[in-house]
Every structure is written in C-alpha cells, then in structure tokens.
Design a protein around this ligand. Structure first.
Ligand SMILES: Nc1ncnc2c1ncn2[C@@H]1O[C@H](COP(=O)(O)OP(=O)(O)OP(=O)(O)O)[C@@H](O)[C@H]1O
Ligand SMILES: [Mg+2]
Length: 287
C-alpha cells in the first residue's frame, strides 16, 4: 500500500510545487520508488511543469482532469462526462529521460468553480465526511500500484485541499526561512490537527523542508535556528534546498537527460537528493 504525503503551506510561492516535483523525480530515479503525483491546485502549476501547457489543454478539453472527478460529485447528471481514472492518470510524465516511474493526476483551472459548488454541499451537511472523501475513494483503485503518492496542495485549506488531507498519511511543510513564510506554520499544524480529530483520520507531520535558502543571509540562518529550537515543530529536514536560478528554471517544460542537468550540479542535485532521502526515511518511521 502506498504512503501518501501532502505538501502544504498556506503561504504562496514558497516552493511547494517545485519541491513536490523534485521529490517525485528523485524518489523515482534515485531511490527506485513508484510515485503518483496529484495536483490539487487550480493554478495547475505542477501539472504544466510536468506535462506542459499544450498537453494539459488537450486533457482538459476531454475532461481528463481531477475537475471531472469533483464535478461528478456535485452534479450527478449522467449526461456529463464521467471521471475515468485509467485515462486520467498520465503515466511516465517526467521531463527527465532518466525518470521512468512518475505518474500524474492532472489538475484543471475549472477546479476553482467546482470547489465552490463542493463547499456548498459541505455547508448544507456539515457533519458529513462525504465531500472530503471523494479523492481518497477514487485513488483507492490505483493506490496499490505505487510506493508513494505525493499531493501538491494549493495555498489554502479549502475543500479540495481537505480531500488531499483525507488521502494523506502525513504532510511536509516547505518554507522559505524568513519571517513571513514561517508565520503561518502553527496555523497549519492546528488546522490539520483539528481536521484529523473531526474526521478520525490520523495525519502525521513529517517535517519542514527549507526552500530557497540563501547561505549569505543572516536572516535565513537565524530563522532556521529558531525553527530547529521550536518544540512545536516535529522535524526540520537537515538538508536545505538552495535558492538557485536553475531550480527556478526547472519550472519550464523542456526535456532533460538527467536530474543533474535539470536542477544543477553545483549543490542543487545533492541537496534535493538528500531531501528526498530524508522524506523517505522519515515517512518510513512515522507513517
Ligand atoms: N529553490 C529555488 N530556487 C529558486 N527559485 C525557486 C526555488 N524553488 C521554487 N522556486 C521558484 O519560486 C516560485 C514559486 O515556486 P512554487 O510554484 O514551487 O511555489 P508554491 O509554493 O507551489 O506556490 P503556490 O503557493 O502559488 O502554489 C516559482 O517561480 C519557482 O520556480
Ligand atoms: Mg504550487
């Protein structure tokens, strides 16, 4: 059975999607894991990073995204396109030749509108878990094919994100080590805990992943030290992802031969490999 890990932070732009893509690729190519990535963000950043905008548009036109899954749950009209898991999962999606075993459940801009309708369903029946179990029920059919399921969440705790949490066994919090990016961490922990208590579904905090680290920044070093001392944080992953132009450029959908070519060999590859190793090790202990 796969271990499912959500990537979450209420702060936007801290590297959630970039970290999720890199983790998936390193887990697959460097550690031999079969990985499914789920993009729950209507911004579709992760989806277009992995398959490009043109392919996403084709899939979206055919209703082969997660928007169809959630739409079916709010509108049971059989005349509407029905979610088809086997056609929606995109297999072997990495832009890196050396990565073979990463699959993707693509997101859609239409998720935004579907999310509103789904929230309305939940509002009308606040004690029902059904609106947050849609993703988990759908993924159950394919979960056994994978070692890891990585869920990239939007920077909010809306009902689509809650679907991700309901599937997740644990979560990681990517954060830039600065004041504003770390400000909301206690809120995330509390809200996830509250959700776990309400639904009876246990979700373990795996740890914080430091992103966009600048070695010449005294603020970054001081923030990391503060986080390491903070007893309310389960674990600060010991390897920090450096801020790097090449990691930023990896968002563009172009082909690469190896992970080193994609992310850079001046410390980026080693840092991302170690983060993946830490997440694997911690998830085996905690999940
Ligand atoms: N280590 C890094 N070094 C430099 N740039 C980075 C790094 N990680 C991410 N970025 C860049 O920072 C921006 C935000 O990254 P990303 O989209 O991964 O963040 P996010 O937390 O998923 O954002 P959102 O909240 O909008 O979903 C992107 O332009 C990305 O390319
Ligand atoms: Mg993102």
């Amino acid at each position: 059975m796969a271990r499912a890990i959500a990537t979450i932070n209420l702060k936007g732009g801290v590297g959630k999607s970039t970290t999720t893509v890199a983790l998936a690729e390193f887990m697959a190519a460097e550690f031999g894991q079969r990985v499914l990535v789920i993009d729950l963000d209507p911004q579709t950043n992760l989806t277009t990073m992995m398959i490009g905008e043109r392919r996403w548009q084709e899939l979206n036109d055919e209703g082969l995204t997660l928007a169809t899954l959630f739409r079916n749950a709010v509108d049971r009209d059989p005349a509407l396109p029905q979610f088809d898991m086997s056609k929606t999962v995109q297999r072997g999606v990495s832009s890196v030749k050396a990565v073979h075993s990463v699959d993707l459940l693509p997101s859609s801009l239409d998720l935004m509108e579907v999310q509103e309708a789904l929230s309305y369903v939940q509002f009308n029946d606040p004690y029902s878990n059904a609106p947050v179990e849609i993703l988990r029920n759908a993924v159950a059919e394919i979960a056994d094919f994978y070692d890891y399921i990585l869920i990239d969440c939007p920077p909010n705790l809306g009902i689509i994100t809650l679907n991700g949490l309901m599937l997740a066994d644990g979560y990681i919090i990517p954060t830039i080590p600065d004041v504003l990016s770390t400000y909301g961490i206690p809120q995330i922990q509390q809200r996830v805990q509250k959700f776990a208590t309400r639904t009876g579904h246990r979700i373990k905090e795996i740890g914080l992943v430091v992103t966009k680290y600048r070695s010449n920044s005294t603020l970054h070093r001081a923030t990391i030290e503060r986080l390491q001392r903070d007893e309310t944080i389960a674990n600060v992953m010991p390897c920090w992802v450096p801020e790097s132009n090449q990691i930023a450029a990896s968002a563009e959908f172009v082909g690469y031969g190896t992970l080193k070519m994609k992310y850079g060999g001046q410390g980026q590859f080693d840092a991302l490999r170690m983060v993946a190793e830490d997440v694997l090790m911690n998830s085996k202990v905690y999940l």
